[in-house]
Design a protein around this ligand. Sequence first.
Ligand SMILES: C[S@@+](CC[C@H](N)C(=O)[O-])C[C@H]1O[C@@H](n2cnc3c(N)ncnc32)[C@H](O)[C@@H]1O
Length: 212
Amino acid sequence: MKPVIIGHAKLYHMDCMDLLRATPDKYFGLACVDPPYGIGMAGGKVGNSRVDYRKFAGNDLSIPDAEYFSEPRRVSVNQIIWGANYMTDHLPPSPCFIVWDKVQPAEFSMAMAEYAWASFDSPAKIFRQRVVGANKWRIHPTEKPIRLYEFLLTHYAKPGQRILDTHLGSGSSAIAANNFGFDFTGIELDKDYFDAACERIENAYRQQRMFP
Ligand SMILES: C[S@@+](CC[C@H](N)C(=O)[O-])C[C@H]1O[C@@H](n2cnc3c(N)ncnc32)[C@H](O)[C@@H]1O
């Protein structure tokens, strides 16, 4: 399968398992992944959004199966796995975890924070940034901020490492990797979201070249 290449990012429209099975051991320095959480966050209205999102592949009805969890750990030196609170059966104990604090009041209708398991032997960290209010700039129902991925790359990736995101979604991770010059591989199963992510990543990369 030929990737779409934008800047330092190679983007694949396919099932991540097919690419993972063909990847050599420890090929990536960091796998920073955000698989479906199995909570039905698949589309429609999200929070106070005015946007009606399309359902995406898998419909977020279940987390990936056991084989998925062994693959990122085989193909990468270190891993950050979002939604880890839904995946505890598949993840070993680790001193390191990362919280995205969405800086919302307790009345907020969605989760006020998200949790990532991390393979590092280092203390927990918190990233604080509000979610985009009315979502009108979002292209995906579970889109994470670009700055969250920049924070992760700053603290957990080493210069020259290859970065992997097995569940690209909106492409925020690819934009952050391009901003920092990391060689990046992203995979997305859903054709509509893949195309929308490519357009968003291309626009961000063009902006970056115009206003470096
Ligand atoms: C939780 S979302 C990722 C959101 C992303 N972190 C962002 O910031 O936009 C999970 C994504 O994985 C995609 N997906 C589900 N199963 C997949 C698979 N087997 N391979 C690749 N992508 C998959 C879904 O279509 C969805 O877009």
